[in-house]
Design a protein around this ligand. Structure first.
Ligand SMILES: *Cc1c(COP(=O)(O)O)cnc(C)c1O
Length: 367
């Protein structure tokens, strides 16, 4: 049997394992000191003032959408080429998801398309940093600022990426940024996520909503004395996850370097259509999608050769659930054209040079 390569795979070493074991032997499996430590490290890494660690990226997007005040009667704009969560988090609040088409060469949301979809009801924009490359945040921020619209960056793909002279997550050009630490993402905590912001009111709101809307003031001293002031959730991260996150974060620089080397290797060794990187971007690439005419056949032939590839993504507006908003095939032609051709090649830091030559050899046999 040939070695099997998936499109993504976690990187876990002995230091990750021992940092989790250390927490298992400690007094706090959750609500302990590792959470704050992880949040502070994310703040110093991204340059954001505040960070709220959460149970997964989807929970983070949900809290961010709630903190932005989204609700029934409002609209929020996101990309069709994304994982379901970027749009579902709008639906969770009762607001209406509105899509804006992508730029074909980056698969990122097109700011001009965003502008054309804005109505009097638009309350938030949720740009998704597809494959790890930042969207054009200065343009998106200026479109939003002019109209008092909240910007939530979906940076599930983009932990470790740079936009101009800022880290994604700095929130220099947004109100909040949401990360995911699912095993295929740039760093992992098993399940997990985080929200960064520079706004203290949003920070307080996120903290409250993460834990049932419960508040404890200084004058309420006994452990049972708390007040529930709004309807929140249990979206907390555990200390086991936070400890793994701390350990993973210390390796992110190496992960990024390797991910960029792999992308460069594919760019040089495969004569095949792929996404481009903009001048303003220095991405910690999460995905390497190529564009091929016979995508379905390519997928199954790759599978026979031990390459377990994946398609990112079926345009969200074409999902059956979204037909209730009257979306249909044909509404977002660039996203649909991209989807018809895209397929993501293996991209993860533990691939060595031998693996890369082997993967390229197998792909050339298919082309
Ligand atoms: C993974 C992902 C999410 C959701 O993150 P989870 O941690 O899996 O809930 C949201 N948006 C995008 C673009 C993603 O890739």
């Amino acid at each position: 049997m040939p070695k099997i390569y998936s499109y993504g795979y976690q990187y876990i070493d002995e230091s990750d394992i021992s940092s989790v074991i250390e927490v298992l032997r400690s007094d706090y499996l959750t609500c302990g000191p590792k959470i704050g430590e992880f949040e502070n490290l994310i703040c110093s890494f991204t340059g954001a003032k505040y960070c709220v660690a959460v149970s997964n990226g989807t929970a983070g997007l949900h809290l961010a959408a709630m903190a932005a005040g989204l609700g029934a009667g409002d609209e929020a704009i996101t990309s069709p080429i994304t994982f379901l969560s970027s749009a579902n988090c709008i639906c969770f609040t009762g607001a209406k998801p509105v899509f804006a088409d992508i730029e074909s060469d980056t698969a990122n949301i097109d700011p001009t398309e965003i502008e054309s979809r804005i109505t009097g009801k638009t309350k938030a924009i949720i740009p998704v940093h597809f494959a790890g490359q930042s969207c054009d945040m200065k343009r998106i921020w200026s479109i939003a600022q002019k109209r008092g619209i909240t910007v939530i960056e979906d940076a599930a793909h983009a932990m470790g990426s740079d936009y101009e002279d800022t880290k994604v997550g700095s929130c220099k050009y947004s109100d909040m940024t949401v990360f995911s630490f699912h095993p295929v993402k740039n760093i992992t905590t098993g399940e997990g996520g985080a929200i960064t912001t520079n706004n203290s009111a949003l920070y307080e709101k996120l903290l409250s909503l993460r834990s049932h809307g419960m508040h404890k003031d200084g004058n309420m001293r006994a452990t049972w004395e708390y007040e529930m002031r709004e309807l929140g959730y249990n979206y907390r991260m555990t200390d086991l996850q936070a400890a793994l996150g701390i350990s993973q974060l210390s390796k992110l620089g190496r992960f990024k370097k390797r991910r960029r080397e792999i992308v460069e290797f594919y760019n040089e060794n495969l004569q095949i259509d792929h996404l481009v990187e903009r001048e303003f971007s220095n991405a910690c690439f999460h995905l390497y999608p190529i564009l091929t005419e016979n995508r379905r056949e390519f997928y199954f032939r790759a599978r026979e050769k031990g390459l377990h590839l994946q398609v990112h993504y079926i345009p969200v507006h074409t999902q059956p659930y979204y037909s209730r908003f009257s979306y249909k095939l044909g509404d977002y032609p660039k996203s649909e054209a991209y989807y018809s051709k895209c397929i993501s090649l293996p991209l993860y830091p533990s691939l060595d040079d031998g693996d890369l030559s082997e993967i390229v050899k197998r792909i050339k046999e298919i082309l």
